[in-house]
Design a protein around this ligand. Structure first.
Ligand code: UD1
Length: 484
């Protein structure tokens, strides 16, 4: 059965009967401050940026100050949360990265109005979902960004139906979304899976008791959003406690949701009839901050990070201190200096507040330069050591065995042609190139553009020798997908 969208002006619970026939034409997207043109390659990477490479000459210490951008992983669920209301949601501190453009395209394809800020307000976006016409996330978008599945819960909660492409596996593992689906079923949704799509429908979701088999970040976020408009109380146990979950709960609360316990293992949500618009500032990106910290440490630099939140970086800071790094943390800034020999220390990735899997690759680069041997255990994803082979090509001594990697330290790195396999693996190669002898060429930097805002400009600003090559068109023109 194909789901047919109804007007989203209707209250949740007033589901219309599904008329037969194909999905209606997409409404033409409207934008108030800048024309959004949608490229129905939908999130495909423009051929010109596919060719982009970084050329990095290592050896310069990073010295100065870097402003940390808003967190991509908090911005993506916040944008999906705008689907829950017919009033505008204004989000500030939105990072200018490719995943955000993909999410904008996804929302616009559903009929949302997405106003992009420009100039000084370039990190603000206003999303109005008053007239959604197509509650569907197409394969073309979902395949480029798995977080697209975050629209599943909000769509079914608000419109009574959702049709979302199954994401499939990705470079770092199988990454199923079975827990999102099971959770929605617990909230009363009927789920059908066919032709590579998940179709969810419900007259109105009803509160339920969800115990996650495994801690999942976007699963917690997806179901928290769904439960805000469900009838009655939802209790979710074994929830993710990441700062991004807390940030989403803060936005939803501003929108009128009744949520208790975000940031703990148990979240209670009292469903409401309707949510309203809100204004919200996205938290700083802890993974971008951590990446710059490790780059500063390895280059023997002296770096000040501003607009960051050191309280989200506790496990990383503690580990680096164990390695002999000196870090001074304020409330929204931190300074990292390193003139000492690094000492090896083992890490094991865990859910927050443990050591983040999204920092594992960057830490592996650090381990190649520490005195001694480090054991790195990856507990979250089954295939997240793709960077090890590329680091080995630069001279690192790394043995991978399943979910464990043994890194022998103090191996000089030398320049090589390497290529990115996923977002955080790319960051580890950039850091390695910053300390390598000679000029490293890093290919497929479109992976890094998914989640790091103008990383080459930020690095250049603190003394790195880095340039992007392979551009045919200016990069700005290539980022947002577009069309008429
Ligand atoms: C989020 C982050 C990602 C980070 C990851 C772990 C976003 C947009 N992405 O991804 O950067 O690396 O958390 O911190 O926030 N799992 C299942 N079934 C499910 C869902 C997850 O088995 O339905 C498994 C996954 O395969 C993985 C583990 O649970 O092994 C954790 O995954 P999850 O927390 O869901 O990661 P994401 O939310 O996709």
């Amino acid at each position: 059965m194909k789901l047919v969208p109804k007007s989203l002006n209707a209250r949740p619970g007033k589901a219309e009967s599904l008329p037969p026939g194909p999905l209606p034409e997409l409404r033409k997207p409207v934008s108030r401050s800048r024309t959004i043109r949608i490229d129905f390659r939908n999130g495909e990477i423009a051929p010109e940026s596919l060719m982009d490479k970084f050329v990095i000459r290592g050896g310069n210490p990073l010295v100065g100050s870097v402003r940390i951008s808003g967190a991509k992983n908090a911005a993506l669920p916040a944008m999906a949360a705008a689907l829950l209301t017919d009033e505008p949601v204004i989000l500030e501190n939105i990072p200018d990265v490719r995943d955000i453009h993909t999410e904008r395209n996804l929302l616009v394809s559903m009929g949302a109005e997405v106003e992009l800020g420009y100039g000084r307000a370039s990190h603000r976006t206003t999303i109005s979902c008053s007239n959604l016409v197509n509650p569907e996330a197409a394969y073309e978008l979902v395949k480029t960004m798995r977080a697209s599945t975050l629209v599943l819960g909000p769509l079914v909660a608000r419109t009574g139906r959702a049709r979302v492409s199954q994401p499939g596996g990705c470079a770092i593992g199988a990454r199923p979304i079975d827990l999102h689906i099971k959770g929605l079923e617990r909230l009363g949704a009927a789920i059908k899976q066919e032709h590579g799509y998940i179709e969810a429908s419900a007259e109105r979701l009803r509160g339920g008791h969800i115990i996650f088999d495994k801690i999942t970040v976007t699963g917690t976020e997806d179901l928290m959003m769904a439960a805000t408009l469900a009838e009655g109380e939802t209790i979710m146990e074994n929830c993710a406690r990441e700062p991004e979950v807390i940030d989403l709960a803060a936005l939803l609360t501003k929108m009128g949701a009744k949520i208790e316990g975000a940031g703990t293992h148990t979240i209670r949500i009292h469903g409401v009839e309707k949510l309203h618009g809100a204004r919200h500032r996205i938290i700083p990106d802890r993974i971008e901050a951590g990446t710059f910290v490790i780059a500063a440490v390895l280059t023997g630099g002296d770096l000040q990070l501003t607009n960051c939140d050191p309280s989200h970086l506790g496990s990383l800071i503690q580990k680096l201190e164990e390695c002999g790094v000196s870090i001074t943390a304020g409330t929204d800034s931190m300074r990292v200096t390193n003139g000492h020999q690094l000492v090896a220390a083992d890490i094991s990735t865990e859910e927050f507040p443990g050591f983040p899997t999204d920092m594992q690759a960057q830490y592996m680069t650090l381990a190649t330069q520490a005195q001694g041997t480090s054991l790195i255990t990856e507990n979250i994803f089954e295939n997240r050591f793709m960077h090890a082979g590329e680091l080995a090509r630069m001279g690192a001594n790394i043995k991978v065995d399943g979910r464990r990697a043994v890194v022998r330290g103090r191996t000089p790195l030398s320049s090589a042609a390497v290529q990115c396999s996923d977002l955080r693996a790319s960051a580890s190669l950039v850091i390695a190139a910053l300390v390598a002898d000679g000029e490293t060429i890093i290919d497929r930097v479109y992976h890094i553009d998914r989640g790091y805002e103008r990383i080459e400009e930020k690095l250049k600003g603190v003394g790195a020798q880095i340039r992007r090559i392979g551009e045919i068109l200016p990069r700005r023109a290539a980022a947002p997908s577009v069309v008429a």
